[in-house]
Design a protein around this ligand. Structure first.
Ligand SMILES: [Zn+2]
Length: 107
């Protein structure tokens, strides 16, 4: 009868480590209706959580939060203020920044 020798088992490959979570610290000026509309995954239509924010781009008083969906791992850009394109291929103009510039903030 053939003996079964135990072969050394390779240690399991290390699981890919999660990217470090982005630390949402400090204060932001947020339009709640804009934020709540943006916190949805466009792929699986699930609610996103700010706890899963992986990055942020600050644009004056506005921010674009990059939030990861825990189901499909898609990263969604979530805006904190209404914005408008002032010209093709130009950075968006955020309402909150416009109001601050003309002295209408808070309003
Ligand atoms: Zn998703």
């Amino acid at each position: 009868m053939k003996s079964h020798k135990k072969l050394p088992v390779d240690p399991p490959d290390e699981l890919p480590s999660e990217p470090p979570k982005y630390s949402l610290e400090g204060r932001r000026v947020v339009e709640l209706n804009v934020l709540s509309e943006g916190l949805w995954c466009p792929m699986c239509q699930l609610c996103l959580s700010l706890k899963n924010t992986v990055g942020e781009e600050i644009r004056g008083l506005a921010s674009v939060l990059r939030v990861k969906c825990l189901k499909c791992n898609m990263i969604t850009d979530v805006h904190t203020s209404k914005s408008a394109n002032i010209a093709k291929n130009v950075v968006k103009m955020y309402d909150v920044n416009c109001k601050m510039a003309v002295g209408k903030y808070p309003a």
